[in-house]
Design a protein. Structure first.
Length: 196
């Protein structure tokens, strides 16, 4: 298994392998802002939280996705979820996605810290050559967040996937190569320190 079970932690956050014990916390996090109502995200509706976890666990077994619960270490509250996905061991590439946070965790250090942990693990531990991201062409907040990480826009795949409302989306693709990681890491640490 290219991405083995691991717990990543820093600055009061813990990324732990997603499993059924996170169901109630994940449901509560999604309810903070009714995130499932956003047409450009994959946040589960309250009644679909169990299915969301089941799907993530099945994909982990298949080796295509490794989902984490994002947990506040002080309170134990689940703040959201994020994943490695489209895992390609032969070329040492992963993508980071399926990322969402409770409204109270948005526009805080949470996303930057999670991405630093995941990018560091991907590049420094797994030895990835490339880390990628993808998002809906209408998810402008996600595009800005990805670009803030230092990722480069690779292009747009037109007519690529279905949204939850049944419409067909274009997908914006981004990536970062291993050689770009040290500078991106330094910049993210600088930006996070200024936010403190």
């Amino acid at each position: 298994m290219f991405v083995a079970p691991v717990v990543l932690s820093e600055r009061g956050l813990r990324l732990e392998p997603l499993d059924w014990r996170h169901e109630d916390g994940l449901r509560a996090a999604a309810a903070d802002g009714e995130l499932w109502t956003l047409r450009v995200t994959s946040v589960p509706e309250p009644g679909q939280t169990r299915d969301y976890i089941d799907t993530a666990l099945r994909m982990r077994e298949e080796g295509s996705r490794f989902a984490f619960a994002v947990v506040d270490e002080a309170s134990g509250a689940v703040l959201g979820s994020t994943s490695y996905h489209d895992i390609l061991p032969a070329v040492k590439r992963v993508e980071i996605g399926y990322t969402w946070y409770a409204r109270r965790a948005q526009r805080t250090h949470v996303n930057t810290t999670c991405k630093l942990l995941m990018m560091g693990h991907a590049f420094d531990t797994l030895g990835c050559h490339v880390v990628g991201w993808r998002t809906d062409n209408y998810n402008f907040a996600s595009q800005q967040a990805i670009e803030r990480l230092g990722a480069r826009k690779d292009g747009v795949i037109r007519g690529h996937a279905l949204r939850r409302d049944g419409t067909i989306r274009d997908t914006v693709m981004y990536s970062m190569r291993a050689g770009e990681w040290p500078e991106a890491r330094a910049q993210l640490l600088y930006l996070r320190a200024r936010h403190d």
